[in-house]
Design a protein around this ligand. Structure first.
Ligand SMILES: NC(=O)c1ccc[n+]([C@@H]2O[C@H](COP(=O)([O-])OP(=O)(O)OC[C@H]3O[C@@H](n4cnc5c(N)ncnc54)[C@H](OP(=O)(O)O)[C@@H]3O)[C@@H](O)[C@H]2O)c1
Length: 253
């Protein structure tokens, strides 16, 4: 049955930033498809209880992606404990919107380290394991901000970090296709999470966000999670280097 290609039974999956928002939605989708789930973040945020209550196998690993050694330690630890890593979802991220003139180095370093450098480090750590086990799947969470410049808030550094994630995705996909390692990305538009909560209630930003979105609403995490399931399973077996925009039409304007 073709629908079986969306199963992930027996797979070991790491979702960084999988404790909340889009990451938690992806963790739930992969758990429902049969994968063993590891979520990482600085705080557990009730994610284990939420997924366990639904009958899923999940574990939490505390990690601060600002630590240069954290991605490798996290991934090596998972492989040591579970024997392999089949699915890596690089989802942890932060958004900082501020005029360029006020964007200090500490904020820039934090944004770039979590959004881009930690993704680079996680891929670098995962690839040797995936190669030696015969393959694997990496899914990076980019953004429409890699493609267009959002308005009205100024967020040049965030946009640059996500553009780099898209290009990292394509480059690794090309370099590792013959290793049976597929690397893809999803570029969400505005999705209802803690990250966008302030903006979605802001009297200046919210109307502009809606006006820029033909579907006239923000998306739900499940509308990203279903696409993640596609990319993380054999359903997308001929797909590598793709960046899928899911944005209610935002990038048509
Ligand atoms: N929401 C949107 O509209 C939207 C649109 C496009 C792209 N995205 C991207 O989608 C991804 C998820 O966003 P979201 O909206 O779900 O965000 P969110 O609700 O704020 O969740 C972010 C996740 O990343 C983790 N995280 C943040 N800083 C971290 C650090 N230093 N070390 C380890 N983990 C860290 C958080 O956990 P802790 O804080 O406990 O560490 C949390 O689990 C991000 O990459 C974001 O840029 C979001």
């Amino acid at each position: 049955m073709l629908i079986d290609k969306f199963r992930a039974d027996g797979k070991i999956a790491l979702i960084t930033g999988g404790t909340r928002g889009i990451g938690l939605g992806i963790a739930r989708a992969l758990a429902e498809a049969g994968a063993t789930i590891i979520v990482s973040a600085r705080k557990e945020a009730g994610s284990v209880e939420a997924l366990s209550k639904e009958g899923h196998t999940v574990e939490f690993r505390p990690v601060d992606m600002m630590d240069p050694d954290a991605p490798k330690a996290l991934i090596d630890g998972i492989v040591a404990d579970h024997g392999r890593l089949d699915i890596l979802v690089n989802n942890a991220g932060v958004a900082i919107s501020r005029p360029m003139e006020e964007f200090d180095d500490d904020s820039y370093d934090r944004l770039m380290t979590v959004n881009l450098t930690s993704v680079f480090r996680a891929c670098r750590a995962a690839l040797p394991h995936m190669k030696s086990q015969g393959g694997g799947v990496i899914l990076n969470i980019g953004s429409i901000s890699a493609i267009v410049s959002n308005v009205p808030q100024p967020q040049a550094a965030y946009n640059a970090s996500k553009a780099a994630v898209h290009q990292l995705t394509k480059s690794l996909a090309s370099d590792h296709a013959t290793d049976n390692i597929r690397v893809n990305a999803i570029a969400p538009g505005y999705i209802v999470t803690d990250m966008t909560a302030g903006g979605l209630e802001d009297p200046v930003m919210a109307p502009v966000w809606r006006q820029m979105t033909p579907m006239d609403r923000a998306g739900d995490v499940d509308e990203i999670a279903t696409a993640a399931l596609y990319f993380c399973t054999d359903a997308s077996s001929y797909c590598t280097g793709s960046v899928l925009v899911i944005d209610g039409g935002y990038t048509t304007r």
